[in-house]
Design a protein around this ligand. Structure first.
Ligand code: F6P
Length: 367
């Protein structure tokens, strides 16, 4: 039996199912006689170990991962600010600058005999992991995570099912309060530049209009939809807005951008609600589901996907695969070269079945 030492980390925004992946990787690797170590908060456990009172690395034993399959979040912690290739540090003048600290990671992997990193992350984290693999020589096995479902090469990422399940329940709940008050309720959901969450939850939750980043919208189309409903005796409307949606000729609503971090998106729901209130004369409210979509216990489907991904990652290592991402390509879990997906985004196809479903049912998509 080959004894190996592998590392696991979780990067970017958390998603329900991360702990199930950590458990699946750990159990299947330990059952092969391997040592498994988790890095705390992305790569910060290696690059800033002093910030962790119990050490920047934690050994993942069977005991350490007991009873975590159903738990949201990540026992390792995560960050979307710790890109080792663009690590934010303050220079002598007090300005924040980005520096490449990959050399330190390479030295660490060599010194401690780590040969493989299982990187659990979304598009940003897997791109970073791919670059680290290329520069350091460590083998990287990627596991696709994100509630946004916007990763190329896999039909689904874990976290998405839990997010849409919760969003759908929220939209269901908004119907009664909207009807009771004769209101338009606007629901903003996460998703970055892709409209998967908005479209799926909007369809399942019976929204009247769904605005997604892939289809720039004309607010007058949404106004027409809401006023038609009133004319037809329907006194309320539900409008779901993907956070990355934008009006025709307009821009995505950005909250801010700090060094070493992706731009923060948000605010479009409120803008749409304001315009609808003005243009229809109907009382309008906005609800932002935001980080609630990332919380809670993973659904059965997400747990299954996470466990399948985690064990497949270990099988990939055992079979000698290098620099691949595990992917759901039904009915199988397959492997796809990391460099084929790095930096690519999977957006909602405009000729796809979900869009056709929405159009056939008369849901307004803002165009
Ligand atoms: O990528 C997942 C995601 O949830 C996006 O949908 C959202 O824009 C982003 O994370 C928000 O991340 P945070 O607020 O943690 O920086």
């Amino acid at each position: 039996m080959t004894t190996r030492k592998i590392l696991v980390n979780t990067g970017g925004g958390d998603a329900p199912g991360l702990n199930a992946v950590i458990r699946a990787v750990t159990l299947s690797a330990v059952n092969l006689g391997w040592e498994v170590w988790g890095i705390r908060e992305g790569y910060r456990g290696i690059l800033a170990p002093d910030e962790f009172p119990n050490g920047g690395l934690v050994q993942l034993t069977k005991d350490a991962v007991r009873g975590i399959t159903h738990r949201g979040g990540t026992i390792l912690g995560t960050t979307n600010r710790g890109n080792p290739l663009k690590y934010p540090v303050q220079n002598e003048a007090g300005e924040w600058v980005e520096v490449d600290r990959c050399g330190e990671l390479t030295a660490f992997f060599k010194e401690h005999d780590f040969d493989t990193l299982v990187a659990i992350g979304g598009d940003g984290s897997l791109s970073i992991a791919n670059d680290i693999g290329l520069q350091s020589g460590i083998n990287v096995i990627g596991v696709p995570k994100t509630i946004d479902n916007d990763l190329e090469g896999t039909i689904a990422t874990f976290g998405f099912d839990t997010a849409i399940d919760f969003a759908t329940e929220c939209i269901d709940r908004l119907h009664t309060t909207a009807a009771s008050h004769n209101r338009i309720m606007v629901v903003e959901v996460m998703g970055r530049y892709a409209g998967w969450i908005a479209l799926f939850a909007g369809l399942a939750g019976t929204a009247d209009a769904i605005l997604i980043p892939e289809i720039p919208f004309d607010i007058n189309k949404v106004v027409d939809k809401c006023t038609d409903r009133v004319a037809n005796g329907r006194n309320f409307s539900i409008v779901v807005v993907g956070e990355g949606a934008k009006p025709i000729g307009g821009e995505i609503s950005i909250i801010g951008k700090t060094i070493g971090q992706a731009e923060r998106i948000g605010g479009m729901g409120q803008q749409v609600a304001h315009s609808l209130g003005e243009l229809t004369g109907q009382e309008t409210r906005c609800v932002v589901l935001g980080h609630l979509l990332r919380g809670g216990s993973p659904t059965t489907r997400d747990r299954m996907l996470s466990l399948r991904f985690g064990t497949a990652a270990v099988r990939a290592i055992a079979e000698g695969k290098r620099n691949v991402m595990v992917a759901l390509q039904p009915p199988e879990i397959s492997y796809i070269p990391l460099n084929e997906i790095a930096g690519k985004m999977k957006r909602v196809p405009l000729d796809g079945d979900a869009i056709k479903t929405a159009r056939s049912m008369g849901i307004c998509l803002g165009d």
